[in-house]
Design a protein around this ligand. Structure first.
Ligand SMILES: Cc1ncc(COP(=O)(O)O)c(C=O)c1O
Length: 404
């Protein structure tokens, strides 16, 4: 039997997401319907047949293309290609979401006795699965006092002779921070020198919305051969319901090894999902979808920021610049940080608002991230406003001081 720690964030969402009135814990940009998707494309005449539903209706529902349709894989390859670095569909594999993409990468490439370095805090899958496969995992800690950035000299000290993989998540869940170009370059040069594979989970790219600095490139664009990037339609593209993700790598040998393992657990993804994903990432649709989501995040972050400023005595954060989440710290009036699980349970019971407890879902030892809460602010603006208003009323009624 596999020995694996519970995936706390997923279990928390499973327990509470159907009970809450205001879900401001979700990490996807507000989801869209097929009708919304088509109207975002903006080129369909009123009354005309919906181009995507008519394609879906006529599809013959066999397995389809084993690795994913050529049109979908080509559209994904285009996300990473530049004039100096071509990327072709043969370097892309389609998976049921990024969660399956990450799992497959680990299942295929991580062995007992390997040493793995993973950025932290991050989505728990990225360090718990390698650990469950018998690898020794060291965490490369992001620094809250440096806008949740990372120090490459610390990474250098973590590298051992048997370091197999460095795992990044850019933009980051839960902090909403971005690893800048200089850090990515530093990781690349250490990985190259020590022959280490880099896995960069980029599910929140390209939702770069609030930094004055230019957005960092995908790790794929740095041109390091042993790079694997994972992504999906769930977060930045508002389409979690189609369960489409991917693995891309410059190293076709890596792609083939992963594809051979994938044969045992995927065959192919749903053809209907594949067709919707190919449409969403097609020219003329993708740009509009991304623009909608960047605007949504900008507007909603203003709402969140106003809330944090209003309650600054008890609520604080490093303002996120990318992605869809903020890591917010709650403090009692006596200066003690609160118990984050208790806080989330109380906010749920008293205000009907769903938050994610940061210590419980992202901490790796007793007390780490105590008092932190992950807020997912890329939901509909009205829901965010209403939810935060309810939390504000709860704070004003002395709620925080009741959390011990
Ligand atoms: C960093 C990260 N990677 C991967 C996933 C999985 O996303 P999906 O399987 O919906 O693509 C999530 C979901 O929250 C995430 O935050």
């Amino acid at each position: 039997m596999v020995v694996i720690k519970p995936f706390n964030v997923e279990q928390w969402m499973d327990t509470y997401e159907t009970q809450c009135k205001y879900n401001i814990a979700e990490t996807c940009c507000d989801s869209v319907s097929l009708t919304d998707l088509v109207s975002l494309a903006g080129n369909v005449e009123t009354g005309a047949e919906n181009p995507i539903t008519s394609v879906l209706a006529k599809k013959r529902l066999d397995y389809g293309h084993i690795r994913g349709s050529p049109s979908l894989r080509t559209n994904i390859a285009k996300l990473y290609e530049s004039s100096t670095l071509p990327v072709s569909q043969s370097q892309v594999l389609i998976t049921p979401g990024a969660i399956a993409a990450n799992f497959l990468v680990f299942y295929t490439l991580v062995h007992p006795c390997d040493h793995i370095i993973c950025i932290h805090p991050t989505y728990q899958q990225l360090y718990t699965v390698p650990e469950s496969l018998g690898a020794k995992v060291d965490l490369w800690k992001l620094k809250e006092n440096d806008n949740w950035s990372a120090d490459v000299t610390e990474l250098q000290k973590l590298i051992k002779d048997n370091t197999k993989m460095i795992i990044l998540n850019n933009p980051n869940n839960p902090t909403g921070a971005t690893l800048p170009f200089s850090v990515l370059e530093g990781v690349k040069s250490l990985a190259e020198k020590n022959n280490i594979t880099v896995l960069c989970d980029e599910v929140y790219a390209p939702v770069f919305h609030s930094s004055k600095a230019p957005p960092p490139p995908s790790f794929m664009s740095l041109g390091y051969k042993n790079t694997i990037v994972t992504g999906s339609l769930s977060k930045a593209y508002s389409l979690a319901g189609i369960r489409i993700g991917w693995i891309a790598s410059h190293n076709e040998e890596i792609v083939e090894i992963i594809a051979a393992a994938r044969d045992y657990n995927t065959i192919s993804v749903s053809q209907l999902d594949d067709a919707v994903a190919a449409y969403a990432l097609s020219p003329g649709v993708r740009e509009n979808l991304v623009e909608r989501n960047i605007k949504l995040c900008e507007a909603n972050l203003e709402v969140l920021d106003a809330f944090v400023n209003k309650y600054a005595k008890s609520v604080g954060y490093v303002k996120p610049v990318s992605g869809t989440t903020a890591f917010v710290k709650f403090t009692r009036s006596d200066g003690e940080v609160v118990d984050d699980v208790r806080l989330c349970e109380m906010v749920m019971a008293d205000a009907g608002v769903l938050f994610v407890p940061g210590g419980h879902c992202f901490g790796t030892y007793e007390g780490e991230f105590r008092g932190y809460v992950r807020i997912g602010y890329a939901c509909g603006t009205a829901a965010l406003k209403q939810g935060l208003e309810k939390v504000g009323e709860w704070i004003e009624s002395g709620g925080i001081d009741k959390c011990s």
